[in-house]
Ligand binder design. Sequence first.
Ligand SMILES: [Zn+2]
Length: 70
Amino acid sequence: MQRHVSEEKTMSETVQVTQWLCKVCNWVYDEAIGDPDSGLAPGTAFADIPDDWYCPECGVTKADFEPLAF
Ligand SMILES: [Zn+2]
C-alpha cells in the first residue's frame, strides 16, 4: 500500500505594499502609477520619493502617508 503524503506548504508570502494612503485626505499613491504631475515616473517606489515631495491633494509630506495593506 502506497501512501501519498501531500504536504501543504504554508508559504509565508511577504505582502508587498505598493500603495500608500494619505492619512489627511485619503489620496492614494500607487507606485505603479507614480505621480506624473509632480515628476514621479510610474514605478517610483515610495521609498524613492524625495522628502520634499508632498501630497498633490492636501500638501502634506511623506510622513503623513501610511502603507495601504489589504
Ligand atoms: Zn493628502
